[in-house]
Design a protein around this ligand. Structure first.
Ligand code: ZN
Length: 244
């Protein structure tokens, strides 16, 4: 668990990140790990002196299994809402599937580091497809009425409703998988897109980099990899340069 800015905390589960944003006694949670990360997620809330009841809502960058794992637990026990872009709701409720298959991953699992990662995520529930029946779209444009005043930025490509959340006061943007800084399948750290088979619409993901680069923030907290400090335009350019 790292404090990356004033009142912004980043925690890592099974090679995936989530973000806690604090305002007074209230929290916004951005993303929710794998199903097997529920205990780690609850521990991360306790580490900063909070209770799960303090989470006003979970903002979802996209509804892949590694980002929605604790949503049902939080909703069932604490009534926590799960909010996302309207285009992402069908991915969360199971009406639509825009994700890599287990076969996509397994065919690449010949390197030891990849194999270790495949086993770890399988144990964390990667082959499950949690149905998030309570998924709802955020209603407004502009800042949401939640701790930290997060501003959704629609970045389609990885999935149709992929969304980054800009925290204007902190100069932080949580990018989910629209931009990552590392991944067990990647040979190098730094701003980049995930391997192409993870993206639903690669050309759209590439276009979304431009919109991301225009944001006013100097810290990227990605879905995978370490937080990255620097100019957003430079991060977007670096990721675009690596593309074939
Ligand atoms: Zn992910």
């Amino acid at each position: 668990m790292d404090q990356v800015a004033r009142d912004v905390f980043c925690a890592e589960g099974t090679a995936v990140n989530w973000v806690l944003v604090r305002e007074g006694r209230d929290l916004t949670l951005i993303d929710a790990g794998y199903p097997g990360d529920v205990d780690a997620l609850l521990a991360s809330i306790a580490t900063i002196g909070h209770r799960p009841e303090d989470v006003r809502a979970v903002l979802v960058t996209h509804a892949h299994v590694d980002h929605v794992g604790a949503l049902n637990h939080l909703h069932d026990h604490f009534g926590t809402p799960a909010l996302m872009h309207a285009d992402e709701v069908p991915n969360a409720t199971g009406e639509r599937h825009e994700s890599a298959t287990t076969a996509d991953v397994v065919t690449r699992a010949w390197r030891p580091a990849v194999l270790r990662w495949s086993l770890a995520i399988s144990r964390a529930g990667a082959t499950r497809h949690p149905v998030v029946a309570h998924a709802e779209a955020f209603v407004s444009e502009g800042p949401l009425d939640l701790p930290g005043g997060p501003v959704p930025v629609h970045l389609p490509g990885h999935t149709s409703g992929s969304t980054a959340y800009l925290l204007p006061g902190a100069g932080v943007v949580a990018t989910g998988d629209a931009l990552v800084t590392g991944h067990p399948l990647s040979p190098r750290p730094g701003p980049q897109l995930l391997p192409e088979f993870f993206d639903h619409d690669r050309p759209a993901a590439r276009d979304s980099l431009r919109r991301l680069g225009a944001l006013d923030a100097d810290l990227v907290v990605p879905g995978h990899g370490l937080p990255w400090r620097g100019d957003l335009a430079a991060a977007a350019e670096q990721a675009a340069r690596l593309l074939p």
